[in-house]
Design a protein around this ligand. Sequence first.
Ligand code: FAD
Ligand code: SF4
Length: 514
Amino acid sequence: MQNGITLRLILGDQLNSLHSWFRRVSQDIVYTLMEVRQETDVVTPHIQKVAGFFSAMRHFADDLARKGHRVLYLRLDDPHNEQSFDDNLIRLIRELAITRFEYMQPDDYRLDVQLARLASRLSVPSAVADTEHFLTTRDQVARHFRGKQRYLMESFYRQMRRRHDILMDNGAPAGGKWNYDQSNRRRYDGKVPLPEIPAFDNDVSDIVAMIHRCRVPTFGRIDPKKLIWPVTRDQALRQLHAFVDHRLRHFGTYQDAMTAQNGFLFHSLLSFALNTKMLHPLEVIQAAIDRGGSNSGEPVGIEQLEGFVRQILGWREYMRGIYWAHMPAYASMNHFGHRTGLPGFYWSGDTRMNCLRRVICQSLEHAYAHHIQRLMVTGNFALLAGIHPDDVDRWYLGVYMDAVQWVEIVNTRGMSQYADGGLVATKPYISSANYIHKMSDYCDACHYHWQKPAGERACPFNSLYWAFVHRHRRLLAGNPRVAMMVRTWDRMQARKREDVLAQAEAYQAALEEL
Ligand SMILES: Cc1cc2nc3c(=O)[nH]c(=O)nc-3n(C[C@H](O)[C@H](O)[C@H](O)COP(=O)(O)OP(=O)(O)OC[C@H]3O[C@@H](n4cnc5c(N)ncnc54)[C@H](O)[C@@H]3O)c2cc1C
Ligand code: SF4
């Protein structure tokens, strides 16, 4: 190490305590973490998201200090806080007579550009370190699909299984199949009791009071004495072990199920811990595989295990690769040219559509919804109603605990809104009430009738769905996965089609009242 003092920046989603940076303790290195308005104000965030990130950052800083590292933590209300990374860093470099600046590669495109720009104009030399978190490099997905029009996740995922020798048996997929989706994804039938969710009771009252004092605009609910999300690596590990011991064995089976009784079902709730890097994806995968191979407790079938591994080894790395292959253009893609504003009930849950009310209220309560709730309820409705992808993105980026742009935007704009024209999704993820009724109990207690396409109390998903098929018939007819929808629409009696389109028009004009 050269003489002088190095300043190392750790971003709020870089809380990787296993990083090689921390192997050596040196008084010549100052680590800095900062709470800044630059980040809280990107979109309006859920209060639990801000409190959770700040709490995890503070614990991380305390832990580093306890281990003997020099740490400089800037709180949001610190009078010396300039509220932007650039201004704070320039000040610290000057005041601490820093001779070298280092930062970890940001996962957010905006910060990547900002910090590279800052580093190039600093008076001291700088270096960028890998976050040592992901299993792929930024450009690996793009290289895998070079020359291809579509990026099929399945082929990337199989390559990852082979490369990392995960769930492989002498070069063949364990259990004989790559994909067990057919055996998974059932409706919740009540046969297996719903699990208790390990909720932590982190007291974040001081952080919440500070957020209010600083007038950071937020939404959603919080019990400041009981934040349920893990904010330390120790808690994240407990979350992981509770999942593999008690919920993994039903994960795949009920992966797509939705019930008003419990919004978490058998999901892992690990995305916040993973996205802040408190957990490493390989240790999560390994814990699941170890549990699958263990003889103690109830057995975990290969379908459950594969279904879970696919999410982390496949989808998570794939989404990141798409992000880096297509940013910054991705952030403004709007394939269908949608222009409608996001209805107000996304912020309040105040709608008579029970599925949306349930999922939105759960999101406001816990900053969480599982994948199918995000894709087939809130996302589906936004796509059918022609909401501008910018609005949809802003909502998803704000509301969920795990929302960081590299994974949020590809899921939202790509998979859910098809705004990238089919780069990620093999078809637009739209459905009528049929799917929601099949996979949930929401329709049972709804103001609307799930079977009715038009007329009094007809479910809005139905007419909006058919109007979407009608509008985009050329696109859909050319896609073998959904061409059937167009044929069904074409076979409908002309009179019925007119009624459905009139109903859709009426609903579209009164979205706020639904
Ligand atoms: C519109 C929309 C927006 C989304 N926004 C985000 C987001 O901002 N941040 C985020 O982490 N995930 C996002 N997802 C993906 C997924 O919904 C969440 O990762 C998952 O619901 C988190 O809950 P869990 O930890 O209980 O996941 P589980 O269902 O238990 O899955 C295990 C893990 O697999 C990973 N995973 C699963 N599905 C995906 C996926 N499609 N893409 C990437 N990783 C995946 C996550 O790390 C997750 O923790 C979004 C999905 C949709 C449809
Ligand atoms: S009837 Fe329609 S609006 Fe009501 S819960 Fe079912 S799908 Fe949702």
